[in-house]
Design a protein around this ligand. Structure first.
Ligand code: SAH
Length: 252
């Protein structure tokens, strides 16, 4: 009987290499092939066997990236050779990590796979900045949103902005730094208070973590004054941000 391989879609955690799960680490140690991207902490590769194959598929200096179809095909191909394949992704593989597309591709081809969840940046970076994304008194709902949500020209997006502005206490925007002015403008336009607290947390959970806070009315200008606040960063909007003053710990 030919040996059957398997693909593990593994969350590497948000930055601090100790935030990978025990199961994720076990997968890394067993892997024959590791396919990793830019946001997975490279020090995690120290756990990979010497003789294992390592394939980088994040952004290269020439801005070229391996296309998603090529990655999908590679995952299936290596597993069908009988190998244990780890697809290592920053944060949680299912939160803006395309694990869904990869899993669909594998399922279609009958390639066995498992999803190993990870700690996502939208929760972990705030936690390291002293901000719990929910709190009994300050936030009972939490949304995870891409910063690429459009300017609201399509009716569907306008509907989403309205809901985020009025119906959700805490909102974490991923990939949003370039769109910060648009994000603030849309939330204000749809009725969020201008004095709503906002934090922007860059390189969360890493020693270089940096955080600035302000309000929907002021945060854009504050970020402009702090060039260190750049990608990767989480924009967190909501009253829970105030708690940072009392419980910030990591940057102390
Ligand atoms: N799957 C990842 C998200 C990938 S999308 C997760 O679950 O965390 C990439 C975005 O994630 C970045 O643009 C940034 O918004 C966020 N991000 C990833 N790592 C981060 C970090 N260490 N600190 C702050 N934001 C981070």
């Amino acid at each position: 009987m030919t040996q059957r391989g398997k693909v593990y879609l593994v969350g590497a955690g948000p930055g601090d290499p100790k935030l990978i799960t025990v199961k994720g680490l076990e997968c890394l140690r067993r892997a024959d092939v590791v396919i990793y991207d830019r946001l997975a902490n490279p020090t995690l590769l120290e756990h990979v066997r010497e003789d294992a194959e390592r394939i980088y598929c994040g952004k290269l200096p020439d801005n070229h990236t391996m296309r998603q179809e090529a990655i999908n095909a590679l995952l299936a191909e290596k597993a069908l050779e009988g190998k244990t394949v780890v697809r290592l992704k920053g944060g949680d593989p299912c939160v803006f990590g395309r694990a869904g597309e990869e899993a669909e591709h594998l399922a279609q081809r009958g390639v066995p796979f498992e999803i190993v969840p990870g700690v996502t940046a939208g929760i972990a970076a705030p936690a390291y900045a002293g901000i719990p994304v929910t709190h009994r008194e300050h936030g009972s709902s939490f949304a995870v949103v891409t910063g690429h949500l459009s300017g609201g020209k399509s009716g569907e997006d306008a509907e989403k902005w309205r809901a985020l502005a009025r119906g959700v206490d805490t909102v974490a925007f991923y990939m949003g730094i370039a769109n910060l002015p648009l994000i603030c403008a849309r939330l204000l336009e749809h009725g969020r208070r201008p004095d709503t607290p906002v934090a922007v947390i860059a390189r969360g959970t890493l020693p270089e973590q940096a955080t600035v806070t302000g309000t929907l009315a002021t945060i854009e200008e504050t970020v402009q004054r702090h060039p260190g606040i750049s990608n990767p960063a989480i924009i967190l909007v909501g009253d829970v941000v105030q708690l940072r003053e009392k419980i910030k710990w990591f940057e102390e």
